[in-house]
Design a protein around this ligand. Sequence first.
Ligand SMILES: *[C@@H]1O[C@H](CO)[C@@H](O)[C@H](O)[C@H]1NC(C)=O
Ligand SMILES: *[C@@H]1O[C@H](CO)[C@@H](O)[C@H](O)[C@H]1NC(C)=O
Ligand SMILES: *[C@@H]1O[C@H](CO)[C@@H](O)[C@H](O)[C@H]1NC(C)=O
Ligand SMILES: *[C@@H]1O[C@H](CO)[C@@H](O)[C@H](O)[C@H]1NC(C)=O
Length: 480
Amino acid sequence: MSLIRFNPMNLLPLVTFFILMNHIYITYSFPSNPSIHRDYDLQIRKLQELKSSLSQTNPVSSSRFYGVSSYGADPTGKTDSTDAILNAIADAVAEERDGVLMEGITNHGGVQISLEGGIYMISRPVKFPVAGVGNVVISGGTLRASENFTNDNYLIDLSSSSSPSSSSTNNEYNYEFITLRDLMLDCNYHGGGIRAVNALRTNIDNCYITHFTTTGIMVQGGHETYIRNSFLGQHITAGGDPRERNFSGTAIHLAGNDNAVTDVVIFSAATGIFISGQANVITGVHCYNKATGFGGTGVYLRLPGLTQTRIVNSYFDYTGIVTEDPVQLHVSGCFFLGDAFIVLKSVRGVVNGLNIVDNMFSGSNKGVDIVQLDQRNGVFNNIDQVVVDNNNVNGMNLKATVARGAMQGNGTSWTVDFNRILLFPRHITFVQHTLMTSESNVFPNYVLRNISNNKVFIESDIAVVGSVSVTVDQGLSKRS
Ligand SMILES: *[C@@H]1O[C@H](CO)[C@@H](O)[C@H](O)[C@H]1NC(C)=O
Ligand SMILES: *[C@@H]1O[C@H](CO)[C@@H](O)[C@H](O)[C@H]1NC(C)=O
Ligand SMILES: *[C@@H]1O[C@H](CO)[C@@H](O)[C@H](O)[C@H]1NC(C)=O
Ligand SMILES: *[C@@H]1O[C@H](CO)[C@@H](O)[C@H](O)[C@H]1NC(C)=O
């Protein structure tokens, strides 16, 4: 495919075009005159002819824009367009370009491969012919898997058959700065949507990914895949779907570090976001993928022992968060609706550096705790720097690691029971207490006897009428 280079003659039809436009504008202001009507129709016909002649003589309007229709892709989605799209991509990245990206990665200058608003059926993944491609945009249309697209594939596959370490450049990354924008990916219940393997600085922006059987977006290795302003759902539904119990796929799987999921809606899948890599951030995400009551999970953190994840400003709609042995996890500013809750699942009994603060929980008065422990694999016995506090509830049971209580009495012993609120059973590491009495001339000695079973037991040497106030904390280890 040879590209049309700049030639002043190419501009001539454009000049005519503008004059015609002007003319139409003037005649259109007198529509009541029938002769002008005919004139108008004539001009429109001329304009359409001009437009089609322009697109015939100038299919590729510049060397940085590759429209797949000029490669024979069928925008109606009736015939297989795999080869046409792969040819457009191959041409787009064939040219030698200057510019600096990571070692071994060519800067293609932001070359654009446009799907031109068409719906294209493909039977094999859209991918680059070689690794080492950088600064490329694929945008503006729909890809749909054909009936023979295999389940182990992804519609857009940013992976490389040659492993990065064995490539001639010995480069760690396959791709850098690939932008996938304004795309609808219809997996047609064959495989997944997008896979990025050892890719660096990938943008997935304004995409709608649906009908996946496996995973909507799979990120393996690499870093800085930014998934933004997108919608993912296995089935196209707007909630309350009768098939919800059977939703199976995973919308986003982050098996790499330093990625971000920002302003994304996940509307159907068994698991919204599955995370097995560190230092990822989830923000502005709305999960209503599959209700926890049907076995779904909004965000699953399989990062026992080193979680390092922030989930902020997100909306968990009938589906919650599960985290295995969280170590450095921050959940804040989130809204949990429909009895959605957070599960801490014990693997080796470690929870360290966990903040669940400043969230709102709303439920239906079924007595559901906002944070729950799954200790089937053993109890949490290594607890440090845990703050579950400052959350508010409506129709759910508040749970916290910090609590305050007071108890009125007349005698020598006071017991304040914190079991209703404290998250961990039989575990208080810090107590502050005071005895207040209005009896004059009485100076009792009082002592904290015992904090067993989340109950604080205070005794005085003489009988007094008064109250004890107690603050307890479970979140600090005995060392700190
Ligand atoms: C896949 O399906 C398309 C259209 O349905 C067809 O053109 C193509 O030959 C098929 N490929 C294979 C490998 O079966
Ligand atoms: C869910 O899946 C089961 C087993 O595959 C099937 O029998 C059932 O009809 C499905 N339910 C719905 C609502 O699709
Ligand atoms: C406190 O208990 C003592 C002994 O039982 C009783 O005499 C006294 O009236 C009680 N005081 C109050 C305020 O209840
Ligand atoms: C703590 O207090 C309870 C209730 O008074 C008592 O049964 C228990 O034996 C005490 N435990 C210890 C270790 O003193």
